[in-house]
Ligand binder design. Sequence first.
Ligand code: ADP
Length: 177
Amino acid sequence: MYKYKNVKIHLVQGDITTMAVDAIVNAANNTLLGGGGVDGAIHRAGGPTILEQCKKIGGCPTGEARITTAGNMPSKYVIHAVGPVYKGGNKNEDKLLYNAYYNSLKLAKDYNLKTIAFPAISTGVYGYPKDEASDIAIKAVMDFIDNEGGIEEVYFVLFNKDNYTLYEEKLNLKFSR
Ligand code: ADP
């Protein structure tokens, strides 16, 4: 466990659908109608009520986020964030990925949520380089804590060991334990 300005930052290797937090973040796509990777895992674990809510919402622009309940999962809500497809790095991907994290935290604050878990958005099928993506994720969380506050615990949940190790190295440099 790390700390940044009284916010607890946790690093977890595993499946985000098992996290008992106020909100887990989904790496969704613009349709919000489900997909592969973590999106598929969330809809499978949460059950059909999530898709019903997503259909009513009717989609989400890249860099933004929308919220539903979490169905059968132990978390209370799912924040569906849409990260960019990586197209070489000159299509505003960095800002869009940053916004996906930042806007997820804003939505959590609007709902008075205190604990949130993030996957490594865009680093699967969307092809964002993991190293750069981890820097952006950490920066967005730190900026939010600096600018907004309200959040008490942030979990970075990495499915793969290589991504976990990457985050561990960076968090060790940035935060106290
Ligand atoms: P994107 O389309 O945004 O790239 P993916 O779901 O393909 O989304 O991948 C995003 C990240 O989520 C990848 O690093 C992938 O390894 C990870 N991932 C896949 N399944 C899970 C899960 N159940 N819990 C947490 N992370 C997951």
